[in-house]
Design a protein around this ligand. Structure first.
Ligand SMILES: [Cu+2]
Length: 169
């Protein structure tokens, strides 16, 4: 798997350029809106599956988290924020027609599954610590609009060959 991390110098430059643009668009947001700290409670009916964090090809660039979120409850809910342990912060992004947008909230109707996947909606993860390495796991905490939280393990993966899963917009 490690050998796949070797990318041509040219494509790294291209990636670095596009990631730079994304970081610039997203950076001014400060996610620490309030000092509210509550014990993370499992949110009834909500499940996360297939959660993984794809490391950047170039150290220091943002990574991306992908997962499926299902609302198995009987009420609509809204995902408001994501936190990844071992990172400096995370943002929900949506990609439409090749354009990246900061998604403030993601609504889930009862029974709905929302996918965070390469090329679509994703979570951009900033300032990853060196301790977050491929083959290990970290933790992701989802915060919903009503303040409820849901934590799930996040498998850490090397970016795959060709950089198709790299965080590129
Ligand atoms: Cu993004």
């Amino acid at each position: 798997m490690n050998s796949k991390a070797l990318l041509a110098a040219g494509s790294i430059l291209v990636l670095a350029a596009s990631l730079g643009a994304c970081r610039q668009a997203a950076a001014p947001e400060d996610k620490q809106q309030d000092g509210q700290v509550s014990a993370p409670d499992a949110k009834p009916g909500l499940t996360v599956s297939g959660a993984r964090l794809v490391l950047p090809a170039v150290s220091g660039n943002p990574g991306a988290a992908y997962f499926s979120l299902t609302n198995g409850g009987d009420k609509p809910t809204e995902l408001a924020a994501v936190y990844v342990t071992g990172s400096g912060g995370a943002e929900i992004h949506d990609t439409k027609a090749g354009e990246m947008n900061l998604a403030e909230r993601v609504a889930l109707a009862p029974g709905e599954t929302v996918k965070f996947e390469p090329g679509g909606r994703h979570v951009m993860v900033f300032d990853l610590l060196d301790t977050v390495t491929a083959g290990t796991a970290t933790e992701m905490t989802l915060t919903f609009a009503d303040g409820d939280k849901l934590s799930a393990p996040l498998k850490v993966e090397m970016v795959t060959g060709g950089g198709s899963e790299e965080h590129v917009h």
